[in-house]
Write a new protein. Structure first.
Length: 202
């Protein structure tokens, strides 16, 4: 259901409640008229005014509450879609062929290494192709950048899905795929919100 449909339903529900209150007021007035009291006109006005105010208050309350609930539902739906997109993005990266995936890991390492003698920590399920031979090639590139080129792979595996964590002693830089994607999430959420939802809010 688009936001336009939700808005129309909210207004329809509120209008129906308002009309029911108004009909109740008319029934009461007709009953009073039958008494032929001299105060009929004053009483009629008083009843109409009372029910008018009640109807308007209930209508506003219904619209306000319904809009708030609709907004919450829409935000929840947006977040679910965005989270699904990011999960799918991570899954697709993990499924890259070796050439593409190794190129990505190499770039992550080169962009995050500072000195060149850090330890590279891999995930529990990382590919066998991310090995010391692979790191040796990166060390060669680091030396050309005037860095030490003495990276080593730790025997300890960490609970990350993909990417690497680069460490020196107690200091570690997280370049796991989860964190890398998370860093771009705010920017991507803005773009996705604009692409996916702006048309529904017209």
């Amino acid at each position: 259901m688009s936001l336009k449909d939700i808005k129309e339903k909210i207004l329809l529900d509120a209008s129906q409640v308002k009309n029911r209150i108004w009909e109740d007021a008319k029934i009461k007035i007709e009953g009073i008229k039958k008494t032929e009291s001299k105060e009929n006109e004053t009483i009629e006005y008083s009843i109409l005014e009372k029910y008018r105010q009640e109807a308007e208050l209930k209508e506003k309350k219904i619209i306000t509450e319904a809009r708030l609930n609709a907004k919450k539902d829409l935000l929840s739906e947006k977040q679910t879609i965005i989270n699904n997109i990011f999960s799918e993005t991570l899954k697709r990266i993990i499924e890259f062929d070796d050439k593409k995936y190794l190129s990505l890991i190499e770039n992550l390492i080169l962009e995050n290494v500072e000195i060149g003698d850090e330890t590279i920590y891999l995930g529990n399920q990382e590919r066998d192709s991310i090995n010391q031979e692979f790191i040796a090639k990166i060390n060669g590139k680091l030396k050309k950048q005037s860095k030490r080129g003495e990276l080593t792979i730790s025997k300890n595996r960490l609970p990350i899905v993909g990417g690497v964590i680069i460490g020196t002693g107690q200091i570690k830089k997280n370049a796991s795929l989860e964190v890398v994607l998370e860093k771009t999430k705010d920017e991507m959420e803005t773009r996705l919100n604009h692409f996916l939802f702006d048309m529904t809010e017209e």
